[in-house]
Design a protein around this ligand. Structure first.
Ligand SMILES: Cc1cc2nc3c(=O)[nH]c(=O)nc-3n(C[C@H](O)[C@H](O)[C@H](O)COP(=O)(O)O)c2cc1C
Length: 349
């Protein structure tokens, strides 16, 4: 048994709150309409959803996004997630590894993922305030194939014990990108990104960005519920949805590799993300729910079926691969179209 510290207690609390968080209803996915094609040119077996972007090549465009580690309970969860990743071939990101970087007795809650899945694509995860040497240590610890840096200013500010200093983040991200020899993905944690953020990241040399938008796991809600005084409970709908974040990313999609996450719960949601320009789609809560409620075998079956269903939907849009999907016609609701029109006139830094 490892000794619980403030971070490991918080990690356990996050999982508990996420498991109790009801499905979010306003995701914006229903505001994107793909066009049904009655005469597809392909057979189902022709559909190839593999994704290659930058130095990354995945057989399927879905990955298990960052969640946890740093306590005994979350070690068990990471073990289960790693089994699912190994059996489905999905890439898997670990949760924030700060805890292990400060207290080596917590290492095994992360390294378990590599033990279980020696050949798998694993992604280390740190915050934007971590030094480059610690970020590299996180990568080494799990022999990671990529590194995620989470940018979670909204979560920190809503958290009573959270960080209050952010101005060194930009420079720090630039240093980590320069000094790390695996692909570095900068990700949100469910508040979405804007054209301004993406443009700044591009200037800093970042070429992989997970816009992780609003519509799924809601850390504004979780951080409020973790305390008695619900001081900022009016912030539950803060941020850009996953769909809006993808629209915001459009001008940069030829220059940086965009990944999507946040509120993806159906194969149709995932296909919509790909059709809006994402190279792959990250899922956290849905997979956590499956693993914890139904077990690893059911979670594996569920994910294999999820990907099979994605192929069926791609076929119905007459798309053979991700490139076809990106260029497939779609109609946006007037709300989304209005967002685009208003944002078009706004200059970003
Ligand atoms: C239990 C839990 C813990 C999380 N911890 C982290 C974390 O440590 N680092 C991080 O970058 N994102 C973390 N996230 C955010 C996810 O990676 C993802 O961005 C967000 O949950 C939106 O995806 P979802 O709606 O599919 O859950 C966590 C999510 C969950 C559900």
């Amino acid at each position: 048994m490892t000794q619980p510290n403030a971070r490991s207690i918080r990690k356990d609390e996050h999982v508990r709150h996420v498991l109790n968080q009801p499905k979010q209803i306003d995701t914006d996915f229903n505001r994107v309409h793909l066009i049904h094609r009655s005469l597809p040119e392909f057979n189902l077996e022709d559909i190839d959803l593999s994704s290659a972007f930058g130095a990354v090549k995945w057989d399927v465009p879905i990955y298990i996004n960052a969640m946890t580690g740093g306590s005994d309970w979350t070690k068990e969860i990471n073990e289960k997630l790693a089994v699912v990743a190994r059996e489905t071939g999905l890439a898997m990101s670990l949760g924030s590894m700060h805890a292990a970087l400060k207290d080596t007795s917590l290492n095994s809650s992360f390294t378990i993922a590599r033990e279980i899945n020696p050949e798998g694509f694993l992604i280390a995860n740190v915050g934007a305030d971590v030094s480059a040497s610690r970020a590299k240590k996180a990568v080494q610890l799990i022999d990671a194939d990529a590194l995620q840096i989470h940018v979670n200013a909204a979560q920190e500010l809503i958290m009573p014990e959270g960080d209050r200093e952010f101005k060194n983040w930009r420079q720090n991200i630039e240093i980590i990108v320069n000094e790390t020899d695996v692909p570095v993905i900068v990700k949100e944690v469910g508040f979405g990104m804007s054209r301004e953020t993406i443009s700044t990241l591009k200037e800093l040399g970042v070429s992989y960005i997970d816009i992780s938008g609003r519509g799924g796991t809601n850390f504004a809600q979780i951080e409020n519920q973790r305390r008695i005084n619900q001081e900022m409970d009016y912030m539950y709908s803060w941020g850009q949805s996953t769909v809006v974040s993808l629209l915001e990313s459009e001008p940069f999609q030829n220059e940086v590799h965009i990944l999507a996450s946040g509120g993806v719960v159906t194969p149709l949601d995932a296909i919509k993300c790909l059709s809006l320009g994402a190279n792959a789609v990250g899922i956290s809560k849905l997979i956590l729910d499956k693993v914890m409620n139904d077990g690893t075998d059911e979670a594996i079956k569920f994910l294999n079926d999820f990907i099979y269903q994605m192929k069926k939907i791609a076929l119905l849009t007459n798309s053979r691969d991700l490139n076809d999907l990106k260029h497939s016609p779609k109609v946006l609701s007037s709300e989304l179209e209005n967002w685009k029109i208003q944002r078009m006139g706004q200059i970003y830094e």
